[in-house]
Design a protein around this ligand. Structure first.
Ligand SMILES: [Zn+2]
Length: 287
C-alpha cells in the first residue's frame, strides 16, 4: 500500500482551528513507527490548472491567491493555493497508484469535499476527490464511483459530479449537520444516506453497507474514497458513533470488492485520528 504525503502540508495553521497540522504529523508518526504493514511512500506534485479546471471555475482558482478569508471556517493562509494544489496532487497520485494495482491513501491537507465549483468552504479549497474522479474519467475510466464516509455531506463533490455521465456519488453522513445538504438523492447519480445524530453504531454500519451495495450495483471500474474519520464516537465536531474497528471494516470492505480504489483524507478531528487511519489501512492491507 502506498502513502502519499508531503510534510509541507503541516506548515500552516490558525490557533483553535480543528483542521490542524497534528492531524497529519501525528498520523505520520504512527505510520512510521509501525511494522505490521509494508508501506511505500510517495510525494505528490502540485496539480496543474487543466485537471483542476474540469471541476472548478477559473475565478475560484484565482481567488486562492488573494489574501481574503472565504469564511470563518476557511481562512486565507499564506501559500494556500500551493497547499491545495499539492493536496489535489495527492489524490491524482493515489488514482495513478490504484490503476497500477496498488491501493493508495493520500495523507494530505487541506481536505476538499465541501469545495464546490465556485466556492471554497468548510475547511476545503479545491475538491480533490471530484478532480481525481473527472481525471479518471478523462483518461479512460468508463465508470467512476465516489464513496464518501466523512460524517459531513460532501456537498461540493455532489454539486460538481451531479448528472456527470459515468460518475456516481454515494455519501453517508449525519443529517442534520453541516453543511445542511444531503437529505435526499440529487440528479440521476448522487445517492445520499442521511444518518440521524447519535444513531447506534451497528445501525450506522447497516447504512454504510446499504450505500456499498448501491455502489456495487453501479459496477464502477474504479472507486474514489473520501475518507473522513469524523463519524468517530469521540470526534468533537459531530455526533457519530463509529469506533476504530468500523474503519478497519470499511477498509476491508473496499479490499474485498476487488475493484481498484484509492482513498484521500477528508475530515477527522479527534486526537485519536492516527489510530483510526491506522485501523482503516490495516483493513485495506488485510494481513
Ligand atoms: Zn467532515
Amino acid at each position: 500500500m502506498k502513502i502519499i504525503t508531503d510534510e509541507r502540508c503541516t506548515s500552516y495553521s490558525r490557533p483553535g482551528h480543528p483542521e490542524r497540522p497534528s492531524r497529519i504529523s501525528g498520523t505520520l508518526a504512527r505510520l512510521r513507527s509501525q511494522s505490521e504493514m509494508a508501506l511505500s511512500w510517495a510525494e505528490p506534485t502540485e496539480a496543474k490548472d487543466a485537471p483542476i479546471l474540469r471541476a472548478h471555475s477559473p475565478e475560484l482558482l484565482a481567488s486562492l491567491d488573494k489574501p481574503y478569508d472565504f469564511d470563518a471556517d476557511t481562512p486565507y493562509y499564506l501559500e494556500i493555493a500551493a497547499h491545495a494544489r499539492r493536496s489535489v496532487g495527492g489524490a491524482l497520485e493515489a488514482l495513478k497508484s490504484a490503476r497500477a494495482g496498488e491501493p493508495a491513501f493520500s495523507l494530505m491537507r487541506p481536505p476538499g469535499h465541501h469545495a464546490t465549483r465556485n466556492q471554497a468552504m468548510g475547511f476545503c479549497y479545491l475538491n480533490s476527490i471530484a478532480i481525481a474522479t473527472l481525471e479518471a474519467h478523462a483518461t479512460g475510466a468508463k465508470r467512476v464511483a465516489v464513496y464518501d464516509f466523512d460524517v459531513h455531506h460532501g456537498n461540493g463533490t455532489e454539486a460538481i459530479l451531479k448528472d456527470t455521465p459515468g460518475a456516481a456519488f454515494f455519501s453517508i453522513h449525519q443529517f442534520p449537520c453541516y453543511p445542511g445538504t444531503g437529505s435526499k438523492n440529487v440528479g440521476n447519480n448522487c445517492f445520499n444516506f442521511p444518518v440521524a445524530p447519535g444513531t447506534p453504531r451497528m445501525e450506522y454500519r447497516r447504512i454504510l453497507t446499504e450505500a456499498l451495495e448501491g455502489l456495487k450495483r453501479f459496477e464502477p471500474d474504479i472507486i474514489a474514497v473520501s475518507a473522513g474519520f469524523d463519524a468517530y464516537a469521540r470526534d468533537p465536531l459531530a455526533n457519530g458513533t463509529l469506533e476504530a474497528e468500523d474503519y478497519f471494516w470499511l477498509g476491508e470492505s473496499f479490499r474485498k470488492l476487488g475493484i481498484p480504489f484509492f482513498s484521500i483524507l477528508e475530515g477527522g478531528y479527534s486526537d485519536d485520528l492516527p489510530e483510526l487511519i491506522f485501523a482503516y489501512l490495516k483493513g485495506i492491507d488485510g494481513k
